[in-house]
Ligand binder design. Sequence first.
Ligand SMILES: NC(=O)c1ccc[n+]([C@@H]2O[C@H](COP(=O)([O-])OP(=O)(O)OC[C@H]3O[C@@H](n4cnc5c(N)ncnc54)[C@H](OP(=O)(O)O)[C@@H]3O)[C@@H](O)[C@H]2O)c1
Length: 302
Amino acid sequence: MTPGSFFFPRTKPVMTKHILIQLDSDTQPSSFDSVVAIDAGVDQLLRYSQVEVDGVVPLVHGAMFTRGGDDLRHTAIFIGGSNVARAEELLAACQGAFFGPVRVSLMLDANGCNTTAAAAVVAAGRHVPIRGAKAVVLGGTGPVGRRVAQLLASDGADVRLVSRSLERATQACGEIVHKVGEASIEPASVADGEQTVAELVRDAEIVIGCGAAGAELVDQDTILSIPKLKVAIDLNAVPPAGIGGIEVTDKAKNLGAGVAYGAIGVGGLKMKTHKAAIKSLFESNDRLLDAEEIYAIAKAIG
Ligand SMILES: NC(=O)c1ccc[n+]([C@@H]2O[C@H](COP(=O)([O-])OP(=O)(O)OC[C@H]3O[C@@H](n4cnc5c(N)ncnc54)[C@H](OP(=O)(O)O)[C@@H]3O)[C@@H](O)[C@H]2O)c1
């Protein structure tokens, strides 16, 4: 008798299913994050909404104690939701629930903050070496702006983080230095009596607009007058543009003064990064994908 005959039925190797546990603090888990997870090859998605820090431990233990040995890597946790600060608390609670090596991989991309920031900095790096570049991050105190500034600083750029409040900008820079260690980053404010945005961007080679949806941060004339500008990126997709003259679909569009990207222009790389990051969660049981790790994935995609 040969394998596959009546006595030795040929059996297919059993593939352990990839299970992603989606934790979201909103009233409904993000359908965007769910679609991307499925497109990234997740077999089974377990979606939890209104997740609070107090409720994290049983969810994490359910992931940790069901599959042993190498199979543990086939379960992972994604933390999303519109509230990035809440998501960071959930991430810390997940990490606190692990016992030594008994853990599962984790990814944080609440409100797309990490994948968007990573894609923007990689897009900028196509046009000027990040190391040593003079970069201005407008609207730099939000979740996306902080990460953009962090990634630029950790890659050696000379960063100016701009806010409407010097206090908020200083606090954001302090947090970035705490994370990155040695960083060339300075806070700046466009509040009344402080410098104008034109003065703050005058020596920039990279300008990345990370302001709130629909908030104009700098006008077109100011951007076009920056002598050494290599790339301007506006992550706001809601009119009016955050950086005047940049359209959401712009992708390396020649401005005369450097090139421009809009939110959709960096969106392709953001989506590829998000999917690649989800896939990589299942390579081992101890991955932690936050800003820097997701940036490394985006850089590898290019
Ligand atoms: N393309 C994508 O896939 C994608 C994904 C995520 C986010 N986004 C976009 O990326 C941008 C940044 O996201 P985020 O969540 O970090 O934004 P956010 O927190 O809503 O706002 C970022 C910063 O903008 C400043 N700001 C708020 N209102 C303003 C106004 N009226 N005028 C000038 N500045 C104002 C605030 O800084 P100060 O108060 O300190 O000045 C705030 O910290 C948003 O436009 C968002 O829609 C795009």
